[in-house]
Structure formats: C-alpha cells, structure tokens
Design a protein around this ligand. Structure first.
Ligand code: NAP
Length: 304
C-alpha cells in the first residue's frame, strides 16, 4: 500500500489556498492552516508548525497581499513575505520536503514592451513588490527542493478580488471608472491550483528528473493579456445573468486619474514559456478562465 504524502497548506483560507485544498484533496493527507493556525509574523510559530506536521510538500499560499497598505506596513509585509518564506524553506530543507511558493508580477517595474521572462531584471515599484522579491531571493538562497511560481492579477470565486469588487460595484452604480493603462494577465485561483497540482504530482513521481532539473522560479499566469478596464468590460459582458441585467458603463481612466499609495507597473505581462517547456503545463486563456469562475458563481447563486 503506498503512503499518501503529508501536504501542508499555509494560507489555506486565502483565494489560492482554498483552491489548493480542493486540488490536493485526493493527492495526500492535507493539513491546511489559516491565520488562527499560524501567525507568519512570529518565526517560532512557523518553525513549530512545520516540525509538528512533518510534511513532504509545503504549499505556501499565504502572503501580505494588501498592496497599498504595505507602503505604511513595510516591516510587517517583509516579515510575512520574506522572513516567513525563508523559515519555510529552511524547514523544508531539513525534512527534504518540497516547498511551493507564489510570487508576483509586481517585482517588475513595467518598463518592458513585451512579456517579462524569468531572466529579466526585477525592479519593484512598491513595498509589496520589494517584500515579495526579497522572499523569492530568501528561498533561492536556502535552495533545496523549491518551486516559486510568479503570477499576476489573481481572482476567483472566493475572497477579496477585482471580479467580486466589480460585481459589487455594479449593483450600486451605473458607471464605473477603471484604469486602462496597466497591462497584465488576469489569473484564476482555480487555474493556479490545478497547474500547481499537476506539477507537484509530476515532481513527486520523479517525472521531471532530479531536483536540479526542475527546482527554481517560473512564471505562471493565464494566457493572453488585457488592462483592468478590458477585464472589467469582459466581466460585464459575461455576468448579465448574475447581475439580473443591471450592467454598468465602464469608463476608461488613466493611472494618474486614480492615485494610489503604491505605484503599479504599466506592463506586467509574464511569459510562461519556461513553465511550458519544463512541465508541459499551460493555463487557460484568461477569458475562458473568467467564464469558468462566472459559471461557478452563477451555480452558487442559483443554489442559494
Ligand atoms: N492577489 C493577487 O492579485 C496576486 C497577484 C500576484 C501574486 N499573488 C500571490 O499569490 C499568492 C496567493 O495570493 P492570494 O490572492 O490567494 O492572497 P489572499 O487571498 O490575500 O490570501 C493570503 C492569505 O495569507 C494569510 N495571511 C496573511 N498574513 C498572515 C499571517 N501573518 N499569518 C498567517 N496567515 C496570513 C491571509 O489570512 P487573512 O485572510 O486572515 O489575512 C490570507 O488567508 C500570494 O503569494 C500572493 O503574493 C497574488
């Protein structure tokens, strides 16, 4: 009888964490912890958690993700996005476990015209991006069996995200102004979790060779790209039933018209070529992935 791997999901109540719980249910014995199970700002709690669970796979979906608030809570963002991942990497190495971690398109400054590759130079414009970049580097320094997936514009059926915000605003307003000069790839928590599952299953089965053949940093986003305004327009083109036909007008505005504490890159589209070459994994086009989430929300509202 084969032994099912122990899987520890940190940040289990977040957007990606919830979908990882679904994706990995059949794969192993899953322990998912949220903030009540571990405070990532307290290093001893992080160490103790891993030593208690003794996982062979750690999936870190937790992060300090409040991009604007991170400008005034820099130390806390750094503790959660850099120091905690470093400890997870150290503890994973002690156990010989695989650590999967997520990072962000916001480590780039947006100045490139085409999609960013893993070898492009990071230059974060904001504290959140800086803390996530420091986290990537900390894990890389520890080394061992790790995968870092840089992703972008994450949303899904649960949590706090752009899609759910647009749906809420549509019920309150006839017109919504949305930034139209930032380009990126909206990526669903569902696609991220399912792709992570396929890759982890392959890695654990030895399908991708020795650690040095696969460990490292990869971009992982839905394919295609748009602006936040284009994303909003597509949401409203598809969400008619969910909104009982109350579709607002979307007004394109520039970033300058919508000042925020944290600066954001104008182009953060990521190339997924390395992910496809190494693991033969490709996430859906963002428009199709959006349809899946809207369908799930529609089913949920029907069953209410
Ligand atoms: N969201 C995006 O647009 C985006 C874009 C690019 C990359 N990413 C990356 O993708 C990953 C998953 O993001 P997500 O969108 O799923 O994030 P999320 O929904 O904000 O979930 C993050 C989780 O981390 C938990 N957390 C925060 N501080 C904690 C602490 N001190 N101790 C324990 N848990 C803590 C949060 O708990 P609480 O709910 O209790 O705060 C939350 O459950 C992250 O690495 C993020 O940086 C996200």
């Amino acid at each position: 009888m084969s032994v099912r791997p122990q899987v520890l999901i940190v940040g289990g109540a977040g957007q990606v964490g919830l979908e990882l719980q679904r994706s990995f249910r059949e794969f192993g014995e899953v322990t998912a912890v949220d903030r009540e199970g571990v405070d990532l700002a307290v290093p001893d709690q992080v160490r103790e958690l891993v030593r208690n669970v003794k996982p062979s796979v750690i999936l870190n979906a937790a992060a300090y993700t409040a991009v604007d608030r991170a400008e005034s809570e820099t130390a806390l963002a750094m503790a959660i996005n850099c120091q905690a991942p470093r400890i997870l990497a150290e503890e994973a190495e002690r156990l010989g476990a695989l650590l999967v971690h997520y990072s962000t398109d916001y480590i780039f400054d947006g100045s490139k015209l085409g999609p960013w590759t893993e070898t492009d130079e990071p230059n974060p414009l904001n504290s959140y991006g800086a803390s996530k970049l420091a986290g990537e580097q900390a894990i890389g320094q520890v080394g061992g069996k790790y995968l870092i997936f840089r992703t972008s514009w994450v949303y899904g059926p649960h949590g706090s995200n752009f899609l759910l915000t647009m749906l809420r605003l549509a019920r309150q307003r006839d017109q919504i102004s949305v930034v139209d000069d930032q380009n990126g790839s909206p990526t669903t928590s569902i696609e991220l979790a399912d792709a992570t599952h396929r890759i982890v299953r392959g890695v654990m089965a030895g399908q991708f060779g020795a650690t040095e053949d696969w460990a490292g940093l990869y971009h992982m986003t839905c394919s295609g790209s748009t602006t936040w305004c284009g994303f909003a327009q597509r949401i409203f083109a598809r969400a008619g039933k969910l909104l009982d036909g109350k579709i607002p007008t979307v007004k394109p505005i520039s970033s300058a018209d919508y000042p925020t504490p944290a600066k954001r890159p104008h182009n953060s589209v990521l190339s997924n070529e390395k992910l496809q070459d190494r693991f033969a994994v490709q996430l859906q086009h963002w428009e199709n992935a959006l349809d899946t989430v809207i369908e799930e929300l529609s089913q949920a509202s029907l069953s209410r």
